[in-house]
Design a protein around this ligand. Sequence first.
Ligand code: UDP
Length: 238
Amino acid sequence: MSLPEFKRILLKLSGEVLMGNQSYGIDPEFVAKLAQEVRDAKDTGLEICLVIGGGNIFRGLSAAAKGLDRTTGDYMGMLATVMNALAMQNALEQLGVETRVQSAIPMASVCEPYIRRRAERHLQKGRIVIFAAGTGNPFFTTDTGAALRAAEMGCDALFKGTSVDGVYNADPKKSPDAERFETISYDTVLSRNLKVMDASAVALCRENAIPIVVFSIRERGNLAKVLEGKGTQTIVQE
Ligand code: UDP
């Protein structure tokens, strides 16, 4: 299945992919590999916005289940995404890729605050912009943050890199007969409660007609393959 030509994309990576084979935190060797994927995608001429989750370090909801105040936990989760963003910025810059981190929660001595017009300028200059701290609000996720930034930055598509190569009709890790969808509508994802992204993220993409491309980021070279239309993925669209 071939994808349309994109000029600007938003790439969303869940925090978990930064762990590599660890069970927690950041594996710098694996982050370096991810950075190569992102650099290769950028070398095709694309403008890239990046959003990284924080689940490898902290999730507000999980901590709330153990008694921590949810709002406090969510702010901690957002801070975790800033750590991931800095790790990815460092890995990209080691490859010579100019990168800026913009946080939805201002922290002047660490990175830039999120300013849409400034982000636009960075992209025009060929820099990758990593949007950290999700939406800046508790009770949201970085999926919704990614959909929001994709809409604000006028991205042609939202690429969701996960450990699975698309959306299946059942969990492919549990059911060997599970079938992958080539394309699927936003409405079907929402009505069948398929675990692609949270409902608010899918709804935001639907309202703004931003296709969601779900693919596996675990295999080397896969992002570039997917962008060339030679990879395996599921496209969520109207
Ligand atoms: N978070 C939040 N608001 C946001 C984005 C994230 O409160 O707009 C918090 C929330 O606690 C979440 C954590 O940050 O659990 C990490 O983000 P997420 O779970 O989306 O990371 P991922 O699953 O993509 O690694």
